[in-house]
Design a protein around this ligand. Structure first.
Ligand code: ZN
Length: 169
């Protein structure tokens, strides 16, 4: 059982300005939803009903109706991620565990299962595949992999701890 103060039990709700931040929070392993069209009241309701921290570029939403809100001050993605990690004192404990597109948790699949579902060349080259039960996408460590792992390392350096996901003391 995870302690409730551990990073990955935090859940986020990103406002319509923060789609890229939502995607990267998912890549880092955090639960982050990003509803495209919701009124201010809709956002606040969702934050409260699902116990999510509302990340917003809109100062007017701060502190309204007792929802937990964090005002994101920068337009720059790296600064936004850094602010969330710092302000909430979060560690990156379980990167690449969620689908960047739909936020569901991905699962490792047997290689044969990916055959016919990923491009043939990819299937030939890759050994490991993951799939998302939510949207049916398949993932592998493809051409963007190096850049993504560099980014994760960079963000991990900004976060509270630098330990790896397998080191769970
Ligand atoms: Zn998905």
């Amino acid at each position: 059982m995870r302690d409730s103060t551990r990073g990955n039990t935090v859940a986020f709700l990103c406002d319509h300005m923060l789609g890229t931040l939502a995607k990267w929070l998912r890549i880092l392993g955090f639960d982050a939803v990003y509803p495209r069209r919701l009124s201010d009241d809709g956002l606040l309701d969702l934050a409260k009903s699902e116990d999510r921290i509302l990340l917003t570029r809109d100062r007017d939403l701060l502190g309204r109706r007792n929802a937990r809100t964090v005002y994101i001050s920068s337009d720059d993605l790296d600064e936004q991620v850094g602010q969330v990690l710092r302000d909430l004192n979060l560690a990156i404990e379980d990167p690449l565990s969620r689908c960047p597109v739909c936020n569901d948790r991905v699962v490792a699949v047997r290689r044969e299962e990916a055959q016919g579902r990923v491009p043939e060349g990819v299937f030939e080259r890759q050994r490991e595949f993951w799939s998302c039960p939510g949207c049916g996408r398949y993932y592998w460590q493809g051409t963007h992999w190096d850049r993504i792992s560099e980014k994760i390392a960079e963000y991990r350096a900004m976060s509270r701890q630098t330990r790896g996901p397998s080191d769970t003391s």
